[in-house]
Write a protein that binds this ligand. Structure first.
Ligand SMILES: [Mn+2]
Length: 338
């Protein structure tokens, strides 16, 4: 989309008060910051409102380190804002987003048929919304500040998983452009904040409890205050060279949550999650990563069952219903010669 800036400015007048809604992650936070910057002097005020609390340490760190000001949706009165925008998501994606009418929607997820706004810019082929916003800034001839450039740079980096996931030429171009406005040590500090001190307790627990079946590692953590820790631990255990699968479970808000990871060599995590837990709850994902969520009352266990029982339940479901190949590359290699 070319010449989007005049159309963007035409949407708003100087008396407008703009509410920018986001489901907070680095890409949405950065995109909202960029929108705020693009509308400086064009609206009376603009505010960034996350629809849910930030739980990931890396996102917390981004907000803290760059001094980004966010106001939780729950703490403000949406009626005080006569204009509304959503970036990096579309209204049908979430109940809290669907509750409003929008002036502006900018996103890189596939277009939802019910998405409506006075101006929509949806580019499903893009790896990040931050890429779209970088193009806007360039068109508006606005040089990003260190803070804005770093946020956008980091947003592209995380949404494309360092360009391992779907990205297009435009993402690479934006990334390269932003590189000139950011600072490496700042980006590195953001990346290192993968977990926080309270989360280390879960590491300890997982290291004490994990079980290995062939080359598959299982761990059950019990109640967790965020499912993010299950993802972090599933990724962490994949770093052991002998491990080809990690399956990490925990209880979050009356649900058993199970995270699947594999080395993506002829494996399908989404299918395994579905076979193991699809009959009990929701399950699915991609080739290398998947997730299952099962309401506790749909499992044979009581919420107060011991962790060993839960861990055995997960191992049993996956090994029995997952139809895992009896032999893995690891086992074949481990067979004694002759
Ligand atoms: Mn995104």
């Amino acid at each position: 989309m070319h010449n989007v800036i005049p159309r963007l400015h035409q949407l708003f007048s100087h008396e407008d008060r703009l509410l920018i809604l986001i489901d907070p992650d680095p890409d949405s936070i950065a995109s909202a910051l960029a929108l705020k910057r693009l509308l400086w002097h064009h609206v009376t005020s603009s505010i960034i409102a996350p629809i849910r609390p930030i739980t990931r340490p890396q996102n917390e760190r981004l907000v803290q380190l760059l001094g980004i000001s966010l106001t939780p949706l729950a703490e403000l009165n949406p009626g005080d804002y006569n204009r509304k925008a959503v970036v990096d998501n579309q209204p049908p994606h979430h109940k809290s987003l669907a509750a409003f009418n929008y002036d502006l929607v900018i996103d890189h997820h596939p277009l939802e048929p019910e998405t409506k706004a006075r101006l929509m810019d949806i580019r499903p082929e893009y790896g990040a919304t931050a890429t779209i916003m970088t193009e806007y800034l360039r068109e508006a001839r606005i040089k990003p500040s260190l803070k804005l450039a770093t946020a956008l740079y980091y947003g592209i980096k995380t949404d494309t998983a360092n360009f391992e996931r779907a990205a297009v030429e435009a993402d690479v171009r934006a990334f390269h452009y932003l590189f000139g406005f950011t600072r490496k040590p700042l980006v590195r500090r953001l990346e290192f904040a993968e977990f926080n001190i309270p989360m280390l307790g879960y590491f300890q627990q997982a290291l004490n409890r994990f079980r290995i079946r062939q080359t598959r590692l299982y761990a059950f953590l019990g109640p967790v205050n965020t499912p993010d820790i299950l993802v972090i631990l599933a990724d962490f255990f994949m770093r052991a060279g002998e491990i080809t699968w990690t399956i990490v479970g925990g209880i979050y808000q009356d649900k058993l949550v199970v995270i699947f990871r594999n080395d993506s060599l002829r494996k399908n995590a989404g299918r395994l999650a579905l076979r193991a837990f699809g009959k009990l709850g929701s399950a699915g994902g991609h080739a290398a990563s998947a997730r299952a969520e099962v309401p506790i009352d749909r499992t044979p266990l009581s919420p107060i069952a011991r962790w060993q029982e839960w861990q055995d339940f997960i191992i049993d479901r996956v090994e029995r219903h997952g139809r895992l190949k009896p032999h893995t590359e690891g086992e074949i290699l481990a067979k004694p010669a002759g």
